[in-house]
Design a protein around this ligand. Sequence first.
Ligand SMILES: Cc1cc2nc3c(=O)[nH]c(=O)nc-3n(C[C@H](O)[C@H](O)[C@H](O)COP(=O)(O)OP(=O)(O)OC[C@H]3O[C@@H](n4cnc5c(N)ncnc54)[C@H](O)[C@@H]3O)c2cc1C
Length: 263
Amino acid sequence: MNVRDEYTQSLWMDVPVVEAPSLSGSERADVVVVGSGIAGLSVAYELVSRGRSVIVLDRGSIGSGMTARTTAHLATALDDYYKELVSVRGEECARLYYQSVMAAISRAEAIQDLENIDCDFCRIDGLWVPAPETPRSLLDEELECCQRLGIPVEDRMAPTPFHSDGMVRSLRFPGQARFHPTKYLAGLASALQRAGAKLYADSCVESIEHKLDDIVVKVSSGHEVRATDVVVATNSPVNLEVAIHTKQAPYRTYVIVGKLPGG
Ligand SMILES: Cc1cc2nc3c(=O)[nH]c(=O)nc-3n(C[C@H](O)[C@H](O)[C@H](O)COP(=O)(O)OP(=O)(O)OC[C@H]3O[C@@H](n4cnc5c(N)ncnc54)[C@H](O)[C@@H]3O)c2cc1C
């Protein structure tokens, strides 16, 4: 099932990404990208830009996975806190994580500019506003950790409309961004098609196997694509090479949208 078929719809789903047929024969490409969210289409874009032939396969319609349900905020702040990442992976990894996210935001900014993608991209700050029950020590520790890692962050003492009464403190992460995710994906998909990449919807990948010098990607209809390389960009991996899915648990996140006083 694709999230497009779910009962609820996000704000971004009124913009169709692109119409695409399902895979109806056997094909060949340098690279098969499985999954057409922001990860899959971005990787496909980088590959075609470097002259590789690319086929993108998605089990549902193009670009209707989690990317179409995000808050659309391109964040450098980490949901699970940098201090947690440092404790499990060390400082160097946490620093690399921050640098890679900043580089990704800059790359999205450059691509929407280069490809004239009208996706409401703009740079904004991110604020971590604590809930009333958040211990003060958590902000102190995260602030200290970010400063140690060289991550720009400001300890801000000014109330926002998000603060509970009597609270004023937040951590401000500058240089983040927001955009309209499905408009951005639509632009990426058009750029891919102009460059000769093929996009197939409703083509659920069921197996990825090495056969002699090829990798054979088989979809549920029985059709195959042969390639030299395969990128699995399905959010949770569908192959058994990396058993991440055995460690994942489903969560539902709610996003509340409202007009702020004076906004
Ligand atoms: C409520 C919410 C808020 C979020 N807020 C933020 C935020 O503020 N900032 C942020 O950075 N991130 C946020 N995220 C996370 C972000 O949206 C995701 O990390 C990101 O969109 C994942 O992109 P993706 O391309 O990896 O996956 P997806 O967009 O889910 O794309 C994966 C695609 O793979 C396809 N697929 C799956 N299995 C198969 C198969 N077997 N064969 C073929 N295709 C397959 C799916 O149909 C799907 O289209 C949020 C997510 C949610 C749900």
